[in-house]
Design a binder for this molecule. Structure first.
Ligand code: GLN
Length: 244
């Protein structure tokens, strides 16, 4: 078996090492004897979604998002078709915001892909920056990470990625973080999301393998004891505290 991961626009959407998530996916596949390849796409490159099993869209500054949004308009129909067909996507922070209809900032409105029915507004005063701890139905251990965003994202009554135990999440008010839509995860958890939360990684890998090979896949277990202990400790340490 083999999976191909497409990294969209690492030249622009490259904040806080979101690309480490790709290394984690590759490694967890290789440890199980499954082949893995990554294709990096720069802004001018053609993207053939039919050759991709997983797509990563990382975080970026408002300026970079503005640049990327022009290109996204051109690939939007193919991207949407990929998602509707069960294509796996991990979209982080700026990339997450770009999945929605729009992101309004003081500098203007950044048009999104409209792949999911969510939207983002720039916060009036402060950025939401802190550690974050979630409970997510995709992981039986707590999900831990770090968030740093000015935008507040509104997902209406759609399924969130997780319930906020500590931190701000989508908009600092709703108590929820991110979104799950089909095989898409959109989240504000920057940096080592998948290395720190291996079950989220395996969820994405299984979905991609099941879609490609059209059968249910039981991934061989890996030893995640350290992550379980660390995340459980962090959960207990932060539960009940207030972020701001
Ligand atoms: N520019 C967006 C915001 O500040 C996303 C930033 C990011 O990807 N960290 O909300």
């Amino acid at each position: 078996m083999k999976l191909t991961i497409g990294h969209l626009y690492p030249d622009l959407l490259n904040l806080y090492g979101d690309r480490g998530n790709i290394q984690c996916m590759m490694k967890r596949l290789q440890w199980r004897g499954i082949e893995a390849e990554t294709i990096e796409f720069e802004i001018q490159d053609e993207v053939d979604f039919s050759e991709l099993d997983i797509v990563l869209l990382g975080g970026g500054s408002d300026r970079e998002q503005m640049l990327v949004c022009e290109r996204l308009k051109e690939i939007r129909d193919d991207f949407k078709a990929y998602v509707e067909d069960g294509g796996v996507v991990l979209a982080v922070c700026g990339g997450y915001q770009l999945l929605g209809t729009h992101y309004s900032t003081d500098q203007g409105v950044i048009e999104g892909l409209s792949i999911v029915d969510i939207y983002t507004e720039q916060g009036k005063d402060y950025r939401l920056i802190d550690n974050i701890v979630l409970e997510s139905e995709l992981s039986d251990m707590p999900v831990v990470g770090f968030e740093n965003h000015g935008g507040r994202t509104y997902i209406k009554d759609q399924k969130p990625f997780g319930k906020v135990i500590y931190g701000s999440g989508n908009d600092g008010q709703s108590g929820y973080e991110g979104i799950i839509y089909k095989n898409v995860i959109g989240t504000y958890l920057h940096g080592p999301l998948l290395p720190k939360n291996p079950q989220i990684c395996d969820h994405l890998l299984s979905k991609a393998l099941e879609r490609k090979y059209k059968k249910s896949i039981e991934l061989a277990p890996l030893d995640d004891t350290e992550e379980r202990e660390a995340n459980t400790y962090i959960y207990q340490r932060f539960k009940g505290k207030v972020s701001r």
